[in-house]
Design a protein around this ligand. Structure first.
Ligand code: CA
Length: 137
């Protein structure tokens, strides 16, 4: 649903009647994104051939303390997800270099807000991944 002046007018009238799911969601300001799996097309961000992956979603770190170790051809459950209250979820995939996020290799990222399950290919820092995720209300 587009957040337009027209929709706001419709919304204010409907507040006293009945909200649709989309309208209620808009008022709550929350959706959820769950990153489901990562498939490693090429692990090249690290010279030892194993990438240690973590994610950021709207600036918050996920799996930083227990990164996903993965090699070319591997598939892993991502185990990362959160609600987001803005318009979009901004997801980043990083390869951890050392013991902190400082100096991590940024592999790639994407932005999404539309409900559904999708797979995006991200590549950078010598690595290529397919990230499958789900956006829900
Ligand atoms: Ca490594």
């Amino acid at each position: 649903m587009t957040f337009s002046k027209y929709n706001l007018n419709v919304l204010s009238e409907s507040l006293f009647t009945e909200l649709t799911t989309d309208q209620a969601q808009m008022l709550e300001g929350g959706k959820r994104i769950d990153i489901l799996t990562v498939r490693c097309i090429k692990a090249g961000a690290d010279s030892d051939g194993t990438d240690e992956l973590f994610f950021t979603i709207n600036g918050q770190n996920f799996r930083l303390g227990n990164p996903i170790s993965i090699r070319t051809g591997g598939v892993a459950n991502a185990g990362a997800g959160t609600t987001f209250s803005g318009n979009t979820a901004n997801v980043g995939l990083f390869e951890k270099d050392g013991n902190s996020a400082i100096g991590a290799n940024f592999i790639g990222g994407f932005i999404d807000s539309v409900n559904g399950t999708r797979t995006r290919r991200v590549s950078g820092a010598g690595s290529v991944y397919e990230v499958t995720y789900k956006v829900t209300n």
